[in-house]
Design a protein around this ligand. Structure first.
Ligand code: IMP
Ligand code: MG
Length: 184
């Protein structure tokens, strides 16, 4: 039997660390949104942020709605014409009345989220904030600072807890570094 953990070089965030990071983020988010008069919409970016979203929202005791988008980014960060590819769009007509909290697994170049933020703002969202489990700031190509961040990590390719390599490893319960031999 092939076990997916055979391909993990090193564990970066184990299950206990993820639980701790998630509950701290949830507490901060709860504090920040509890007095907002608007509807809170937690917008989970498929597929990578699925485990993080489910763990996070269950620790936010506020009325909120869950929504989903599937997006990816095309083109280099230096190209101002860089495109956001939307394969599942947000279908709502109340954007001017809602606070959107985007949930992402990882911010790398920052292209996807900066384009998504602009897209949602252009559609009229009252506010858009970003919560990411992981951040690789050393890889940034555009200016993007997440409002909520679980952990800053070094420039290594990570998998697990939603993050994939060629669609595999999303079901690992922790975040680990992929053995370079897998993609070399
Ligand atoms: P960005 O537009 O470069 O910030 O891309 C962010 C997206 O790239 C994430 O949502 C992930 O899908 C993917 N990504 C970036 N770094 C990693 C990684 O280390 N492991 C898995 N996916 C990654
Ligand atoms: Mg992703």
């Amino acid at each position: 039997m092939f076990r997916i953990d055979n391909d993990v070089e090193e564990i970066l965030l184990d299950e206990a660390t993820i639980a701790d990071v998630t509950s701290k983020l949830a507490a901060k988010i709860t504090e920040d949104y509890m007095d907002s008069p608007r509807k809170l919409v937690v917008l989970s970016i498929l597929k990578g942020s699925m485990p993080f979203t489910t763990d996070l929202v269950r620790q936010i005791p506020l009325p909120l709605e869950l929504d989903f988008m599937k997006v990816s980014s095309y083109g280099a960060g230096t190209m101002s014409s860089g495109q956001l590819k939307i394969s599942l769009d947000l279908m709502r007509d109340d954007l001017d009345e809602i606070d959107i909290l985007v949930i992402e697994d990882i911010v790398d170049s920052g292209n996807t989220l900066s384009r998504l933020k602009k897209y949602l703002a252009d559609k009229g969202a009252h506010s858009v904030r970003i919560c990411t489990l992981l951040d690789k700031p050393s890889r940034r190509e555009v200016e993007l600072v997440p409002d909520y961040c679980g952990a800053v990590i070094p420039d290594k390719f990570v998998i697990g807890y939603g993050l994939d390599y060629n669609e595999k490893y999303r079901n690992l319960p922790y975040v680990g570094v992929l053995k370079p031999s897998v993609y070399m």
